[in-house]
Ligand binder design. Structure first.
Ligand code: NAP
Length: 301
């Protein structure tokens, strides 16, 4: 029996782990892959307080992990497949974990493009992670789909390797922060393809070409690229738990991270909220752990 079971080892889960373990609660983080979540594959984080020069994502989360473990938080690679709230269990393929309080910090996964070719070329030119795969496209042309912070930041990152980066956005205005936009507009290796969507991805063994449709003019064109990076938002990993969610599947909480189920808290990108940043995830995690601590103190077992 654990005092606190945390599902997910990204910044929200790690922050919750630090706070819960430091409060002398027996705490485990169950993570499906490696701790760190999306932040671990973010090249450089420039807006996390305390790092005026910026910090590589993997370095920041490695320090969070070290800090959680220092306080005695266990971190296990074991994917939670189902949560039974009435029995207070989180089930992985091999084991059931019992909790007094549960913190869901499962984040969100990238949304994929629903166009011909996308499924066929995953890992053969289609990627969702510039940090992981960018170096494979040295001196090659790549496309980035999307107009949010992720798309524009990663397009800038990809110019380190690629000979040219096309950013294909369905509108004529970016959603990304102004400071990120300004950097991208100044970068001579980036061309914005406005008001456009990718309608097909073609190639033989690997991606060779994308078909683009202009939603304003109706124009069609093919662009030769060796890779395509998809950054069109994310989908929350919340299927395993039955608590109140919003229309998009994000978990609804109050301002202290309490969900609709007693003793169950949610933190970070899987939570219904406006701003999804490492800094906000870390705040959520701390809050969720303190609420969990209060809940355990009031409710005992
Ligand atoms: P996002 O902000 O939701 O942006 C998704 C982008 O994809 C939007 O430009 C959207 O277009 C476009 N899009 C959505 N569905 C599409 C489709 N089917 N086809 C083509 N385009 C589509 O997602 P995100 O960029 O991953 O960011 C997620 C959160 O993380 C945001 O809160 C963001 O601020 C934060 N974040 C922050 C940083 C940072 O360094 N500050 C870095 C990464 C992420 P529309 O604009 O037309 O809707």
């Amino acid at each position: 029996m654990y005092d606190v079971v945390i599902i997910g080892g990204g910044p929200a889960g790690l922050s919750a782990g630090i706070y819960a373990a430091r409060a002398r609660l027996k705490t485990v983080i169950l993570e499906r892959l490696m701790p760190g979540g999306q932040a671990a594959v973010t090249d450089y984080i420039e807006n996390y307080p305390g790092y005026p020069e910026g910090v590589p994502g993997h370095e920041l989360v490695a320090k969070m992990q070290e800090q959680a473990e220092k306080f005695g938080c266990q971190i296990l690679s074991n994917e939670v497949e189902a949560v039974t709230i009435e029995k207070k269990t989180a089930a992985t393929r091999s084991e059931n974990y019992n909790w007094k309080a549960l913190i869901v910090a499962t984040g969100a996964d990238p949304r994929t493009l629903d166009v011909p070719g996308c499924a066929d070329f995953k890992g053969r030119g289609i990627s969702f992670c510039a940090t992981c795969d960018g170096a494979l496209f040295s001196d090659r042309k790549v496309a980035v789909v999307g107009g949010g912070d992720s798309a524009v930041k990663e397009a800038i990152y990809l110019t380190k390797f690629a000979s040219h980066v096309f950013v294909i956005h369905r509108r004529d205005k970016l959603r990304a922060e102004r400071i990120i936009q300004e950097k991208a507009f100044k970068n001579e290796k980036i061309t914005f393809v406005w008001d456009s969507i990718v309608t097909a991805i073609k190639g033989d063994q690997r991606v060779e070409e994308i078909h683009i449709h202009n939603v304003k003019t109706g124009g069609e064109k093919d662009v030769d690229v060796d890779g395509i990076f998809v950054y069109i938002g994310r989908m929350p990993n919340t299927a395993m738990i039955n608590v109140e969610k919003d229309k998009a599947g994000y978990i609804v909480t109050d301002s202290d991270m309490r969900t609709s189920a007693k003793g169950v808290f949610a933190a970070g990108d899987c939570r219904s909220k406006e701003h999804r940043q490492v800094a906000t995830a870390v705040g959520d995690g701390a809050s969720a752990a303190m609420s969990a601590e209060e809940y355990i103190a009031e409710n005992g077992d």
